[in-house]
Design a protein around this ligand. Sequence first.
Ligand code: G
Ligand code: G
Ligand code: MN
Ligand code: NA
Length: 250
Amino acid sequence: TQLEQALRNAIISDAIDVHFQPIVALGNSQVVGFEALARWNDPDLGFVSPGVFVPLAEERGFIDALSEALLRKAAEAALSWPRELFLSFNLSSAQLMDPGTSSSVLSILGRVGFDPHRLELEITETAVMGSADTANRIIADLRQAGVRISLDDFGTGQSSLGRLRDFMFDKIKIDRAFVSRINSDRASEHIIKAILTMCEGLDLEVVAEGIEDYSEAVKLRSLGCGMGQGYHFGKPADGIATLRFLHENY
Ligand code: G
Ligand code: G
Ligand code: MN
Ligand code: NA
């Protein structure tokens, strides 16, 4: 298809960019890290969402090439940040079924000179369900090297609370579906409270995603949520805008 061909060309010509969205400590609103988000603006097709081209790349077998280029760019950019903030990077479900993923990630970090302790990899519940043994191996190898693992979109996938007991994760990202209703829907507030209590007991860090206004940030902080992310704190921005943001905020 035309989209597939355009994606292939974009990967070959290194035309897919990476943007960064701040993650803040809710206690003092200080930036503690950034999530890397792939952005593709094709001259013919215009802006194509990663929600479209990441699954296409997985399906066509070029997710490795795409993801390696993105991780390299993201880590290189993070090396120029004025502080040692963490970098959070999304791994796709196909990558968690490929036993080569851990060595590929670690070799990119080695080549770029990026400390694995500064990297977090975001994975989804559904991805871990896929090919459990391979996924477990990859996660164990990466954590052994110091990489931290966060469970993305928590609460929306097939529930895998049992997985949390296996100590495979360092952090939980509460899906914005709950966060966006925290001040209007008692059920969402109760669910978030329960997640926070559970994570405290399991010694997991928590990020609330999709915080869009001050009242949500205040509410989450009062409930004891450690970190937040969302348009209220900053939209995803390119590498140069991110550097400017960092220099203006310190
Ligand atoms: O940024 P946006 O809201 O358009 O992201 C849409 C989806 O694409 C999200 O689920 C996000 O996790 C995913 N995504 C964005 N960048 C990457 C990436 O570099 N790799 C992978 N695997 N997924 C990404
Ligand atoms: O699936 P994942 O959590 O990786 O998706 C992250 C995406 O969510 C980001 O790429 C961004 O486009 C989107 N996002 C980030 N903050 C907000 C927000 O405050 N509101 C909304 N609606 N989307 C957000
Ligand atoms: Mn994510
Ligand atoms: Na999410």
